[in-house]
Design a protein around this ligand. Sequence first.
Ligand SMILES: C[S@@+](CC[C@H](N)C(=O)[O-])C[C@H]1O[C@@H](n2cnc3c(N)ncnc32)[C@H](O)[C@@H]1O
Length: 205
Amino acid sequence: MNWYDERVAPRLIDAVCSWGGLERYRREVTAGLAGTVLEIGFGSGRNLPYYPASVTHVYAVEPSPQAWHDAQAHVAAFPGVVELIGTEAADLALPDASCDHVVSTFTLCSVADERGTVTELARVLRPGGTLRLVEHGLAPSPRVARWQWRLDGLERRIAGGCYLTRDPVAALTRVGFEGRWSRSGFRVAHTPWSYVTVAELARPS
Ligand SMILES: C[S@@+](CC[C@H](N)C(=O)[O-])C[C@H]1O[C@@H](n2cnc3c(N)ncnc32)[C@H](O)[C@@H]1O
């Protein structure tokens, strides 16, 4: 990994992820969770303060040592166990059906192997377990989508491999996840980054 991707990109990404406007999404995707949660793309642990006390164990997957280092204050304040189990969401060191929930906030946009990742998430989630997601993606507006395709390569280079043109809910349903609820829309202005989906999907029993 080069110096930019190792030191600069994680800080840049974390600065964007620290924006207060994302708080309501973090609250929504963590509400009502209980038991064992797998969080992919753990970043600097910005979801941890929102997990209810009923979440007892968080398996974190995060490739950036810088982000994991920056997460330590949140990890120390968390009442349950937070365990870093690996660096690659497409290759999880967990047994089948070992998690009650999966949380992914602004991460499915960035995994290099999207198909491998969603297949692994289906494997480790217990039957009936749920996946909560917040993600930006390809907009239904042709004007915005045109810009997303134009900027996609540049975004991937400067923002840790982030795609602007993915449809994460479609990727999950292709491997058998069933939608429970989902809400999509432009967060603020109509920009290539602001078409956001919040969703819950379940692994069929
Ligand atoms: C935009 S950040 C979001 C961080 C955090 N989820 C949040 O909401 O603040 C995307 C995160 O995914 C991580 N990531 C990238 N590729 C990954 C992979 N293959 N497996 C797991 N995490 C990955 C990045 O290191 C980064 O921390």
